[in-house]
Design a protein around this ligand. Structure first.
Ligand code: NAD
Ligand code: TDX
Length: 345
């Protein structure tokens, strides 16, 4: 019989990409539990709304009663936990929601999964738990956890709880740690969509620090395929790094976006750096490539061009997610930053 999986945070950027992917690529049914925070948007899922294998429940992962009810009612076989507070800058402002969702929420989900003897739990984690790299080397699954932001610390704490459940209770969990994602439906507080929308509107592009920080980029679709493989074929108790060998300096990404949008480099505006800004991330994903035969399929330059096109063609989605709360956030985050190039941000 086809399985039913509880996907948490499925109305967010990666969760919604994953739901579209798994409904297309498998016969499983999906229950999407999402709190619809500022980052959760049901418009990300219009493509699957009418699918009889898709169900949505509005609620929080910390709500154990609700999670227990959903698991029983829908006869859930396993859980994939995407739900999180995910933006580093917001965690620097206020870490509490990150502790509530990323740590307490993960604990609540695992407690119910254990109580009901669910067959599998996958924790969607991040390379940020490993901290920052110098000019050389890559994160492997053996790299020590050294989180530097409250966001990364909360994700690392959740990973430690998952590890402890495996060790103590033989809990059937797997962890994936992926590098920076990009693609359609990403909330425009993150680097790539923020820069695309600002460029399209001829607004300054706020570059933190010297712009030479390095991120290792992967398309959300390639990440989704890796999560699904790790869920279905990963070994219990194992961690799998996920990355596409696409390291780029921030300024290179920003210049590529300017070229794709046909805008000039005079829009670049160097601003005050992010406190504690990690210098470089790079992922060694040999393990998932060799053990689970996963490989990325989208070259960064192609994926970035497709992403720019998507934001150009989906102005209504952009207008909806940027109304109200977003404007307040933008003013607070960028209004006080001093523009090094002298232009207002
Ligand atoms: P996102 O912020 O776009 O989406 C998060 C979703 O979780 C939203 O729909 C939100 O409403 C929901 N949510 C938040 N708190 C909740 C709660 N308490 N209960 C239920 N739902 C809640 O995040 P994203 O970028 O899609 O990231 C998804 C996951 O992938 C996160 O766990 C993140 O740590 C991880 N990750 C992200 C990246 C990246 O580059 N974005 C890279 C590696 C790992
Ligand atoms: O306005 C900006 N200017 C800028 O220079 C923003 C928003 C970002 N940046 C820089 C900071 C980083 O070096 O761009 C880089 C990427 O920033 P973010 O998009 O905020 O991502 P990052 O901090 O790298 O974290 C991301 O990757 C790992 C996600 O937000 C996390 O959810 C994920 O776990």
């Amino acid at each position: 019989m086809a399985k039913t999986i509880l996907i948490t945070g499925g109305a967010g950027f990666i969760g919604s990409n994953f739901i579209r992917y798994v409904l297309a690529e498998s016969d499983v049914s999906v229950v999407n539990l999402d709190a619809l925070t500022y980052a959760g948007n049901l418009e990300n899922l219009t493509a699957v709304e009418g699918n009889s294998r898709y169900h949505f429940v509005h609620g929080r992962i910390e709500n154990s009663e609700l999670v227990r009810y959903i698991c029983k009612e829908f006869k859930v076989d396993g859980i994939i936990n995407f739900a999180a507070e995910s933006h580093v800058d917001r965690s620097i402002e206020n870490a509490q929601p990150f502790v509530d969702t990323n740590i307490s929420g993960t604990l609540a989900l695992m407690t119910i999964a254990r109580e009901l003897c669910l067959e599998r739990f996958l924790q969607v984690s991040t390379d940020e738990v490993y901290g920052s790299l110098g000019a050389h080397g890559e994160f492997t699954e053996e790299s020590p956890l050294a989180p530097n932001s409250p966001y990364a610390a909360a994700k690392a704490a959740a990973d430690c709880l998952v590890r402890s459940f495996v060790h103590t209770y033989n809990f059937p969990a797997v962890i994936t740690r992926c590098s920076n994602n990009y693609g359609a439906y990403q909330f425009p507080e993150k680097l790539i969509p923020l820069m695309i929308l600002n460029a399209l509107e001829n607004k300054p592009l706020p570059v933190y620090g010297d712009g030479l920080n390095v991120r290792d980029w992967i398309s959300a679709r390639d990440h989704s395929a890796a999560v699904w493989l790790a869920y279905t074929h990963g070994k219990i108790g194992e961690v799998y790094n996920v990355g596409a060998d696409s390291e780029r300096k921030n300024i290179e990404v920003i210049k590529a976006i300017l070229a794709l949008t046909g805008k000039g480099e005079e829009l670049i505006s160097y601003v005050k750096d992010r406190p504690g800004h990690d210098r470089r991330y790079a992922i060694d994903s040999t393990k998932i490539r060799t053990e689970l035969c996963w490989k990325p399929t989208v070259p960064f330059e192609n994926g970035l061009a497709e992403t720019v096109k998507w934001y150009q063609e989906n102005s209504e989605w952009c207008a909806h997610v940027r109304s109200g709360e977003y404007m307040k956030y933008y003013k607070k985050q960028y209004g006080v930053r001093v523009s090094v190039s002298g232009k207002p941000v």
